[in-house]
Design a protein around this ligand. Structure first.
Ligand SMILES: C[S@@+](CC[C@H](N)C(=O)[O-])C[C@H]1O[C@@H](n2cnc3c(N)ncnc32)[C@H](O)[C@@H]1O
Length: 649
């Protein structure tokens, strides 16, 4: 039930609404006297709308909104967080190179910056569309909890940052823009030079999203806006038009570096290659120019006869006894003279791939010339990806039924994409072994499913990184009753079951169906940055160790990897040497990192590690009794492994 306002109406707001009705382009969002965002009038545009002369003023080609600068600051602000490994919830921890990360993606993207900079080949995201019903996580734009509360009335139990973004919010679009802007800024750093990002979106924010991507990735790096026919029967959610589609916006990091290979041919396309000669199968492409400058008057030098050997259809530019018949380019419906696609020189050079055939033109059989377009090509025959995707597999209902088949109920997750959508996007990019696919709005983990499916089918070895906030499921929901307390539980179970199903359906296929789970948490380190006056005996005692008591060796190891810019999906082993736990980390011939976090590490262990000559070594600061002990460690490494970088935490 709506609450009574118990206050007089806001006349200014009413006036603004009246102007908005007449001049919607004059409406903007700004910050009011109380420091809060509100709907406002852009007077410069209003003056222009009421004048028939150009009014002087500052004009700039830019796209901005309330909070854009704050979103930039937020993206760049350091955080004191870490990712804690969770072996119990992982699958095949020791061998897998896939990751499932639980936490707010803004913070997770920050933590991945060093380790994954320039390493991600493809990003797919399906963010909240800002439909007016979405729950959005607002980042800490310096607003207090009380301010959120007062402004939104809705917040979640865990972080107090979840709110329902309805169009009555004074900065309905601005909030969404800020949310996506900071994340896309950070995501760009992770993309490889030849990397591509796909973003699912609908009408609500497609324009703002495109403007933001143009700014972050550069207009020249826009590959296109694909129309995805996701709902052939039409959605009822729009009032006047039944919406049949949504979009997939595609950008790349560097257009010069990408390798977009398009899609395999459909069955119909394959059937076109029905002719065969000693080289192989081919289809026929007419040599007459269609469309564009096709008239003889447009390109007179491309109008000439091609001579034909009537016995075998071979062609020549020269007329002689053998080549006695001829063809000329004629537009069949108007009988106007046309042009060939190739010059005389090219035809002479390439005559081996040309063939003449008799065709029926106005009840008469005449010669025409065709190019043999062979099927075999390096890397297989492919066709350019299309700007409209309307295959039946792309229907949104397939997403729902996949969840039902795998998890047993359709209602566990509402907006899962069909696996085919992401599979199809992945297929159009040339990928190599170990290329990483990232989805930081992963929901029910459809992207992970698509990666495993395609790997199983084409023998590829792509890796996935899923990021999902542990958004709680409603206590009354089917998902909650089935034991899924948050969306991450649904995502992880979907990957487990999808891997099993793919393995059953592709018994010979080898693919990585495991994943390592990490959970976002506060830093492993205690806050030691106290002002001098703030120390008490108690705090000094606490700081004998600068590491939080509940943190394990594994927490510390993975914290160090992220800090040092090492990827977190490599092999790890632990051995006991003279009573100490020695960790070895890395996939390559040279060990990436070795660590020992025990107290009072004996010299024998230091020497054992140094002799392995790893690239990096890390100990606890408190592992050494005093400064001479630390100097001794430095000396041992100088002697046995001078190139190793040694650090303490
Ligand atoms: C539209 S759904 C994605 C659905 C997914 N493509 C699928 O097929 O299942 C968007 C997801 O992003 C998650 N999300 C929203 N804000 C997030 C944030 N700040 N960090 C991580 N995940 C977030 C939501 O919980 C939701 O699961």
């Amino acid at each position: 039930m709506e609450k009574m306002k118990m206050e007089t109406p806001d006349i200014t707001a009413r006036n603004i609404e009246k102007i908005a009705e007449m001049f919607p382009n004059c409406i903007t969002e700004d910050i009011g006297g109380d420091g809060k965002p509100r709907k406002a009038i852009n007077f410069e545009i209003l003056r222009q709308m009421l004048s028939d002369e150009v009014i002087e003023g500052d004009e700039a080609y830019e796209f901005t909104w309330v909070g854009k600068k704050a979103a930039m600051v937020e993206a760049n602000k350091p955080i004191r967080k870490t990712l804690r490994p969770c072996k119990e919830e992982s699958v095949d921890w020791d061998n897998t190179e896939n990751l499932y990360i639980e936490g707010d993606n803004l913070q997770v993207l920050k933590l991945l910056q060093e380790s994954y900079m320039g390493k991600v080949k493809m990003i797919y995201i399906d963010p909240p569309y800002n439909t007016g019903n979405d729950f959005v996580y607002r980042d800490d734009f310096k607003q207090s909890k009380e301010e959120y509360e007062e402004e939104q009335g809705v917040y979640d139990d865990e972080s107090n940052r979840l709110f329902k973004n309805t169009d009555t919010n004074g900065r309905f679009h601005s909030d969404w823009c800020s949310m996506i802007y900071s994340r896309l800024l950070l995501a760009r750093n992770l993309l490889a030079d030849d990397g591509v990002i796909f973003v699912s979106i609908d009408n609500n924010e497609v324009q703002n999203l495109t403007s933001i991507c143009n700014e972050i990735y550069g207009e020249k790096n826009q590959i296109g806006l694909i129309i995805v026919k996701s709902n052939p029967r039409g959605s009822m959610s729009t009032e006047e038009l039944a919406s049949l589609h949504e979009y997939l916006l595609v950008f790349c990091k560097n257009r010069q570096a990408i390798n977009i290979i398009g899609h395999a041919l459909s069955e119909d396309m394959n059937n076109e290659y029905k002719y065969e000669d000693s080289i192989g199968n081919y289809r026929l492409l007419g040599l007459r120019m269609r469309g564009g400058f096709w008239r003889r008057s447009d390109r007179p030098n491309l109008y000439f006869p091609i001579y034909i050997n009537p016995n075998n259809g071979e062609v020549s530019i020269e007329k002689n006894e053998e080549y006695s018949d001829y063809a000329i380019p004629v537009q069949p419906s108007t009988m106007e003279d046309g042009t060939w696609r190739w010059s005389k020189e090219k035809i002479s050079e390439m005559s081996g791939v040309l063939i003449a055939k008799k065709i029926k033109r106005n009840d008469e059989y005449v010669w025409d010339v065709f190019q043999k377009d062979y099927y075999e090509r390096e890397g297989g025959r492919r066709t350019k990806a299309k700007s409209i995707w309307e295959e039946s597999e792309i229907n949104y209902q397939n997403g729902t039924s996949e969840i039902k088949k795998l998890l047993g109920s359709t209602s566990f997750f509402d907006y899962s994409k069909p696996t085919y959508l992401i599979y199809h996007a992945m297929e159009m990019i040339q990928m190599n072994d170990n290329d990483i696919v990232l989805d930081f709005f992963s929901g029910s983990a459809t992207t992970a499913h698509a990666v495993m499916q395609l790997n199983a089918e084409d023998g590829g070895n792509r890796k996935f990184i899923m990021v999902q906030i542990p958004e709680e499921t409603d206590e009354k929901s089917e998902a909650y009753k089935a034991g899924y307390k948050n969306i991450c539980e649904i995502g992880k179970e979907r990957i487990r079951r999808a891997a099993k199903k793919i393995a059953e359906e592709n018994s010979d296929a080898k693919f990585d169906g495991g994943f390592r789970v990490f959970k976002l948490d506060d830093t492993n380190m205690k806050d030691v940055y106290y002002g001098a006056g703030e120390y008490s005996q108690l705090t000094i005692d606490q700081f004998v160790s600068n590491i939080k008591e509940d943190r394990t060796d594994m927490d510390l190891l993975f914290g160090c990897l992220l800090d040092w810019g090492v990827t977190i999906s490599q092999k790890h082993s632990m051995e006991e040497i003279d009573g100490c736990h020695v960790h070895t980390y890395g996939n390559g011939a040279i060990t990436d990192l070795m660590a020992c976090f025990d107290e009072n590490i004996p010299e024998s262990v230091i020497k054992y590690i140094a002799k392995k000559e790893p690239m990096r070594v890390v100990f606890r600061d408190s592992s050494f009794a005093d400064s001479p002990a630390k100097i001794n460690v430095t000396e041992i490494f100088k002697m046995l492994s001078p190139d190793t970088e040694v650090k303490v935490i």
